[in-house]
Design a protein around this ligand. Structure first.
Ligand SMILES: O=C(O)CCC(=O)C(=O)O
Ligand SMILES: [Fe+2]
Length: 336
């Protein structure tokens, strides 16, 4: 199931935009992945432990092609949508109550978190940031009562479209979101939009402006005041197939023309946005270089039944961020 090589055809875009491709693991594949994940759920296992990650790496290489192929192909080319959904990922028979506290993370492997790590390693290397969710590799995306109006994964208001950690020079290449509990009201929608689909909707002058260092993206509070937001472009790389780096909540243009270009980009990204209501066992895989994501507003209950995603970040080339990772670990220290 190789992804089609992208073709930016100005005539074909802006009309009918197909949703991100959806693959589904068939029952035997789900069972096989559950078996391998289960074998990694040992009593003393720890998700952030180097030794455990090595076991995952080796076990991941033995998974059958039907499980690995969708991710391996996506790793080569994430296609026009820059995102996909893989259904049928095994989750635990008894998922505990959805956490309601800020900064909640997974430390001990479960069937779902071990399966997620096995799948993540098909794309590259899991990473985390020391200043975010205490540097845990598997993080909970859950609504938190005191943060419900926040522009963050813990909020319940509309979360504007963003490149994950757009301010960071070593931002993740991929963001993986595994649904272990669906929103009981069926309201919360993950939004996905790709620059490959939006670019043909933009005029040349807007594109040229977006490629210039006329934009500043500030870090979230959790990353502290240590970092001065640098000016940079919103589009970079190949002219016909650029990378995108923008957070519509915090990226600010430095002049009027750039402000207008950013607004045009926002409208174009909006035109090609898809909304996905994740169900239990659905893994959304987002190519963070090509697509942005966000979420609709929804009404959490904070009673243990709310929507719950496990999130993992992946970098393709771990070596690039070595200066921030003590002992060649998986957690990036603060930028200074
Ligand atoms: O809740 C969602 O669907 C997405 C939240 C988000 O942007 C994230 O976890 O990075
Ligand atoms: Fe995000």
């Amino acid at each position: 199931m190789p992804q089609s090589v992208i073709q930016l055809d100005r005539r074909s875009v802006g009309r009918e935009v197909p949703p991100p491709p959806r693959h589904r693991l068939a029952e035997p594949a789900t069972r096989q992945l559950a078996e391998t994940a289960g074998s990694l759920c040992l009593d003393d296992a720890h998700l952030d432990d180097q030794g455990w990650l090595q076991q995952v790496r080796l076990a991941g290489a033995t998974l059958p092609a039907v499980i690995r192929d969708p991710l391996v192909c996506f790793g080569y080319d994430s296609g026009p949508a820059g995102a996909m959904v893989l259904g049928g990922v095994p989750t635990d028979r008894a998922t505990p109550a959805t956490p309601t506290v800020a900064g909640s993370v997974r430390r001990v492997p479960s069937l779902a978190s071990a399966a997620l790590m096995l799948l993540a390693q098909q794309l590259g290397h899991p990473v985390a940031y020391r200043q975010e969710k205490s540097g845990a590799l598997v993080q909970d995306v859950v609504p938190v009562p005191e943060l419900r109006t926040d522009q963050s994964n813990a909020g319940a208001v509309e979360l504007l479209m963003h490149t994950e950690n757009a301010f960071h020079p070593y931002r993740p290449d991929y963001v993986l979101l595994l649904c272990v509990r669906a929103d009981p009201a069926g309201e919360a929608g993950l939004r996905l939009s790709s620059v490959r689909r939006a670019l043909p909707l933009l005029d040349d002058r807007t594109i040229a402006t977006l490629r210039q260092p006329r934009f500043r993206t500030s870090p979230p509070r959790s990353f502290g005041e240590l970092m001065e937001a640098q000016v940079g472009p919103v589009l970079h790389g190949a002219v016909e197939d650029p990378d995108l780096c923008v957070d519509f909540a915090v990226t600010k243009a430095v002049d009027a023309e750039a402000t207008e270009a950013l607004a045009r980009l926002g409208r174009a990204m909006g035109e090609v946005t898809h909304e996905i209501k994740l169900q239990v066992g659905d893994l959304a895989v987002v190519d963070n270089r090509i697509s942005v994501h966000g979420r609709t507003a929804y009404q959490p209950r904070f009673d243990g039944t709310d929507r719950w995603l496990h999130r993992v970040y992946v970098q393709v080339d771990l070596r690039r961020s070595r200066q921030l990772r003590p002992a060649n670990g998986h957690v990036l220290d603060s930028l200074r």
